[in-house]
Write a protein that binds this ligand. Structure first.
Ligand code: SAM
Length: 251
């Protein structure tokens, strides 16, 4: 049986016995059919992953799994390029897809944002449940892709409220298919290797003229990804791939 890899919600140390949450325990026992003696890998927001063995499963209907951690390994699956995605809310399940792929491509943080032309309308309750849903997608993608950090998916918020939170980035790109944007390659050729990059991707309707003027005033760098208009989910993934290839760990 393949060794399962799971994110644990608290810090981990070698030789510790970890009691897994009811949700993780249910998944391991009732879905993956793990039993006492099986090996597992656990990780929690560090460069380490821990190898452990299931030492007990308490309860039949609602099992609780205990795991004894007996080895630790330092692994490098995090990119030296810290990438933040500011993504205009996209319709249907496109956000699920964007978040899953962004985590696989090494994103550090994701801000789902509401902008002037956003077609998605969510009340406070729906926003909170969406955030939990997206955070869980990020956890699954980190487990599956071998990452040891789970990127934070923030609560959906107005783009204007999100912008002050990204100003520590060395470079902020606004993806825009029209002027004043210029070819991405031309911009990248003028850059020293950045360590911390943020990128803004518009929703299906794109950014409004007012937003573009605002981003210009903030000195964001406008770039195009070629002559064709891409769907928002394509643009987000293409930009991350190109930046990780140029400055990060996709070679
Ligand atoms: N009608 C919109 C417009 O003309 O701006 C199209 C928006 S597009 C479907 C959604 C988002 O994807 C855009 O706001 C932009 O961030 C990004 N995008 C799509 N194609 C792009 C391209 N060729 N270059 C840069 N960004 C692009």
């Amino acid at each position: 049986m393949r060794v399962s890899r799971l994110y644990h919600s608290e810090g981990l140390t070698l030789n510790q016995t970890v009691i897994l949450t009811p949700e993780k325990s249910h998944y391991l026992v009732n879905v993956l059919r793990h039993t006492v003696g099986d090996e597992l890998v656990l990780f929690h927001q560090s460069t380490l992953e821990f190898l452990g063995k299931i030492i007990s499963i308490e309860g039949k209907k609602k099992p609780i799994v205990s795991v004894a951690l007996y080895a630790q390994t330092e692994i490098k699956t995090e990119s030296d390029l810290r990438l933040t995605l500011i993504q205009g809310l996209a319709k249907n399940d496109k956000m699920d897809w964007i978040i899953q792929k962004a985590v696989e491509l090494g994103i550090a943080e994701i801000y789902p944002v509401i902008s002037e032309f956003s077609e998605v309308r969510l009340n406070a309750e729906r926003m909170a449940s969406k955030q939990i849903h997206w955070q869980n997608i990020a956890i699954s993608a980190a487990e599956q892709s071998g990452r040891t950090y789970v990127p934070l998916v923030h609560m959906p918020q107005k783009i204007i409220d999100c912008l002050p939170k990204i100003n520590k980035a060395d470079k902020i790109f606004c993806l825009h298919p029209h002027l004043p944007a210029v070819n991405l390659n031309d911009k990248l050729n003028t850059l020293d290797t950045p360590k911390n990059v943020a990128m803004l991707v518009g929703p299906e309707g794109g950014f409004s003229p007012k937003e573009i003027v605002h981003f210009e005033q903030l000195n964001y760098t406008f770039v195009t990804l070629g002559p064709r208009i891409l769907r928002t989910e394509t643009a987000a993934i293409v930009m991350q791939s190109l930046l990780q290839h140029r400055f990060g760990d996709i070679h």
